[in-house]
Design a binder for this molecule. Sequence first.
Ligand code: GTP
Ligand code: SPV
Ligand code: MN
Length: 601
Amino acid sequence: MKNIAPAISPPAGIGDSKPGNQAVLDWVHEVELLAKPENVFWCDGSEREHDCLLQEAMRQNVLIKLNEKKVPRSYLHRSNPNDVARVEQFTFICTPTKAEAGPTNNWSDPAETYTKLQGMLTGAMSGRTLFVVPYIMGPPDSPLTKVGFEITDSIYVVLSMRIMTRMGAIAVKRLGNDPAAEWNRGVHSLLDVDPARRLICHFPQDNAIISVGSGYGGNVLLSKKCFALRIGSYLARKQGWMAEHMLILGVESPEGKKHYVAAAFPSACGKTNFAMLIPPKHFAGWKVTTVGDDIAWMQIRDGRLFAVNPENGYFGVVPGTNCKSNPNAMKSIEHDSLYTNVALTDDGDVWWEGKDGPPPKHAVDWRGNDWTPDSKEKAAHPNSRFTAPVRNNPVLDPDFEKGEGLPISAIIFGGRRSNTMPLVFQSFDWEHGVYLGATMASETTAAATGAVGQVRRDPMAMLPFCGYNIGDYFRHWLAIGKRLTNPPLIFNVNWFRKGESGKFLWPGFGDNMRVLKWIIDRSEGSNGALKSPIGWLPGLHDLDLAELEIDHKCVDELLEIDHEDWKKELAEHKKFFDSLGGVVPKELISQCEQLAARFAK
Ligand code: GTP
Ligand code: SPV
Ligand code: MN
């Protein structure tokens, strides 16, 4: 069989920065004995190393260099067509007992799973290079920051981790030489990229991850969903903090008053777009800045929640990104970026459905086939992604690296719902807010393999990412609320409600500022809201819709609470809680009853 990741032979002085920590050395040695690579490459994150890896990746056709004038220092990667999204069915939480993983996770026995994976990894890196990637998650001087090491035989993973994390010497230094220090052990091997031998396994009690058989981002950039969310959420509960699938944004008024907001939307439901929002003209003087676009680690200080973004790059959805929907993302991916599974134009530029301007007359699609506007297939995969450094973002928050984190005024939950859910509403209090998060649902997207467009419950947008029992996760949220003397207000939004024509009722994107403004007003104590059975809704005059071309009828529809729809929705909440088999805290069961009672009134 063809070796899809042939070993590289770096020049002297590159790939040899072995850390001093004996625990790391022992672990790498153990994996080396098992996987039998041709050599070991110790990454330090330097420019020289970067150049060497890029040259090698191009030589192996793992990366295609793009037109230097159009997209400087940027590259295209095509993943195997069988390997284009997260695979939830092959993702496992291997806690000592099944109950610890809970009803929403796939569970497998740790000892058996280690044995099985050892079998799969035996000799898996023969003829390949084993890369050791040290990285930190979080700002360099934050108490929340954690160290991880990822072993991988994929050069694409190394180059992606270099963008997505703070990688190299900085992590080795932070870990130091204490063999008992806490750090995450991640092992990744492409194997032969066969879906039948694809497994993403987490061992929270060992702070360890083993991922085999995939080369796609969310399955293999182990810093991200695997460490920062699945293992992260497990550690967070044990250590009293929170690891959430949330963007973090700053919003500053013309008077200079600034708030930070965190929002949990499921995969491909608008986090990156919301985090980079540009307010419409009418909001002159208002500024939105990005702290993070996917993950928030939050701790309690002085009775408030403070958040950091543990990442250092964006791994974002490409299709639909353009100068109208998200100009800041367009600027972020203008240079020094990796593109995965988009189309390549004849002049070495990238193209995707929804990019500005007319489609190219000819291109090579994400599979490597000829493509023209008449082709039936899409040029870019619906889950094609960009990998771009946060520093490229023109609206990166100046306090992005603040170690103590940024104080969160509001938490927003939201999903993709064609019906039922109004544009925005506010919970009555923290506990009710936890209920909103716990009962959240969204239509599935291309970010994970499987059917698209089906409504599924996705509590706090963490269904695929909670590394332990979801009932305990709800309990953790409730317990955090009890410790907060100044808790964020909690809201629910839905940018995706559709009218009878099947079109979105709300313009979305920059105009989401109008909803954000109401959220900020409420955080500052405004009483512009109407009580409804599901929570506080903005009255027609509480939302600033000036200069927005929208039918009043649409606004009514957007804010409407249809009692028939809600009867069904409530039944779905109950069904979901029942399906969890008795792990749901009594406070949330009671919230469900209170909601029913408010409707009965
Ligand atoms: P992950 O990276 O998978 O976690 O996704 P995400 O939550 O960051 O989603 P992203 O911002 O990349 O948006 C996903 C898709 O939703 C893109 O195709 C966007 O164009 C679309 N989208 C984002 N915001 C809006 C909005 O306000 N309205 C509408 N109609 N579509 C939106
Ligand atoms: C998501 O699916 O929520 C993503 C992309 O952010 S991935 O990193 O693949 O999980
Ligand atoms: Mn995500």
